[in-house]
Design a binder for this molecule. Sequence first.
Ligand SMILES: Nc1ncnc2c1ncn2[C@@H]1O[C@H](COP(=O)(O)OP(=O)(O)OP(=O)(O)O)[C@@H](O)[C@H]1O
Ligand SMILES: [Mg+2]
Length: 249
Amino acid sequence: MSANYLVAQDLHKSFNEHKAVNGVSFTIRKREIFGLLGPNGAGKTTTIRMLSTVLEPDQGDVIIGGYSIKREAEEVRNLIGVCPQELALYVELGALDNLLFFGRMAGMSSQEAREQALAHLKLVGLEERAKGRIDKFSGGMKRRVNLAVALMGHPELLFLDEPTVGIDPQSRNNIYETIEGLRDKGMTILYTTHYMEEADRLCDRVAIMDGGQIIAMDTPHELKAQIGSPDRVTLEDVFLKQTGRSLRD
Ligand SMILES: Nc1ncnc2c1ncn2[C@@H]1O[C@H](COP(=O)(O)OP(=O)(O)OP(=O)(O)O)[C@@H](O)[C@H]1O
Ligand SMILES: [Mg+2]
């Protein structure tokens, strides 16, 4: 069993009086695809924002690759890539120009930025659309560029916040295959979704969140086996059993 790459300990975050994340702890092993699942408002994005040093936790700490997000945020940022839930792209620029921009912002030489940008566009199946403007792209193509941006700098740990929400099957499959390929090459991945069947297919382990807390955590197989025959029950059933509520509101 490989070592833990990320250790999150007792994370808390409130907005005004509302506890968005309320005592969350988990670990992610190197080369693992770890799923953070849960309905709208569960606290998934708030958790990712703390892990990726965007939001300071009220309490708790996270160690990534041996560095603390509180004391060594700069070192942590050098190890991670973030694909945010809200698209973060310049829509009036082309796909390649977006990647070049982010590469240069990260301090790459123009040659390095270009090499990486072309390689990542190829990986997400958009090399032939390199010059196409983002505002002319489909939702799925935009998601794929968003993912390519997160890969600039070859992060060791990738945060994907709902990378497949609302997109066509072709882009969805491209994203699945890209993610599996990245894991096979040694990347560690944290993935959030509220599509339970997607998590079942992709994730080595999942944590199910609700109301700012983790209510179940294990391999998809084990979570399903706890409530019935793993071939017949779904992660959706696990959520229902744990909360008494259906996942989709
Ligand atoms: N900046 C903020 N200010 C105030 N409240 C916030 C802020 N960010 C998140 N919240 C609240 O915290 C809770 C958790 O939100 P979060 O975005 O982490 O959930 P989520 O699991 O990512 O949901 P979704 O599936 O809709 O993306 C929600 O009730 C949300 O309204
Ligand atoms: Mg979210």
